[in-house]
Design a binder for this molecule. Structure first.
Ligand SMILES: [Zn+2]
Length: 363
């Protein structure tokens, strides 16, 4: 649930973007889940392999990798936990085990000190792997258009680990991803367009014309989802308990809001400069948590009437930031400001500029 501004420095990717098989991956995605408004969901093999290797290198192997598809039924939080015995639960041949261990070691040596969200190198790798969804190789040895232009060592490691992953983990990972998409798809179909328009209006901007690519992965980052810009892409964990049910819709729109909330940041900065105040860290982020929660709340909350007793009952929706205690992590002051000055704007009782100005003066 964080963001990163990316300047695309296509160093080792230079010259490899022509003939990308992205179109094939989109067609595949469309026929499985779509057409849906606003978002375009992908359960991509390479992106999942990449996040699985990163996860295992950083946190150890899951204790039962065969049950990934059922993880969403498990109680408690699915935050990464340190596990031992990498690969112990799936019966690999010695050669498979070697290839897998080499891949995990490569990730340990090269990537675990780097952040999936904040390191340009990892963002470029993730995006490039997404674009080569439709390829069963990355080197272009068999098919020229499948040369992803990744560093040679990484290409070698991923291609060696691919058959192991495909045989042992990918079927359950892909199933978990597809089930997650199937569950969220009706909500996106019903509410997606309306929510995107409402959020764009609130932030006084336009929603992106193209559908936002969402890479659905068994593992994302510690927060369960992250968004990278230029191009705007969301990576979300299909098994993280925080991303299930109606809550998945809020997480998707929170993440997408990272790509359109620039006018809020600019307005906060402008007001702070005018008042010679320090720019509050993360106020904009608290604001998009708050806003997405408030916009989703009436859509998800429902009123039902019992046909026999006639009793009316209301199921109210608790926004993510409240449910997960986000404001209690040092943002209590922001919540007060948002409730007092931003909420009237959401209710049409104040203007965007007034709301931001009042929040900043009250800081
Ligand atoms: Zn966020």
């Amino acid at each position: 649930m964080t963001r990163s501004f990316i300047v695309l420095l296509c160093l080792f990717f230079a010259g490899t973007l022509t003939g990308s098989p992205r179109a094939a991956a989109q067609i595949n995605e469309g026929s499985t889940y779509g057409p849906l408004p606003v978002f375009e969901f992908h359960s991509g093999f390479w992106v999942n392999l990449h996040h699985t290797l990163y996860q295992e290198a950083k946190f150890g192997a899951p204790q039962d990798s065969s049950s990934a598809a059922d993880n969403d039924k498990a109680p408690g939080k699915n935050r990464p936990t340190l596990k031992t015995s990498p690969g112990a639960k799936f019966p690999l041949t010695p050669a498979e085990q070697r290839a897998w261990n080499e891949a995990v070691s490569y990730y340990t040596a090269n990537y675990i000190d780097k952040d999936l969200l904040f390191t340009t190198e990892l963002i470029l790798i993730k995006n490039q792997l997404g674009d080569f969804d439709g390829c069963d190789e990355l080197s272009g040895r068999k098919k020229e258009t499948c040369n992803a232009g990744l560093p040679a060592n990484l290409t070698h490691v991923l291609e060696a680990a691919a058959p192991v992953y495909r045989a042992h983990q990918w079927p359950s990972h892909d199933l978990a991803n597809r089930r997650w998409v199937m569950r969220v798809a009706p909500l996106v179909r019903e509410q997606g367009l309306g929510l995107s328009q409402r959020l764009a209006d609130i932030y006084q901007t336009k929603w992106p014309k193209d559908k936002i690519r969402v890479d659905v992965c068994v593992y994302a980052n510690r927060q369960g989802a992250y968004t990278t810009l230029d191009p705007l892409r969301v990576t979300i964990s299909s098994t993280d308990p925080r991303n299930q049910g109606a809550e998945a819709l809020e997480v998707l729109f929170h993440e997408a809001s990272h790509g359109i909330a620039e006018p809020v940041q600019q307005a906060i900065i402008r007001e702070c400069r005018q008042r010679q105040k320090g720019i509050p860290r993360d106020l904009w982020h608290a604001l998009i948590f708050y806003t997405t929660g408030e916009v989703i709340r009436p859509v998800i909350s429902s009123t039902t009437t019992d046909s026999t007793s006639g009793k009316v009952s209301t199921t109210s929706y608790t926004p993510y930031a409240i449910r997960e205690g986000i404001y209690q992590r040092g943002w209590d002051g922001y919540l007060k400001l948002l409730t007092e000055f931003w909420q009237p704007y959401l209710e049409g009782k104040s203007t965007f500029d007034d709301a931001i100005a009042r929040m900043v003066s009250a800081l």
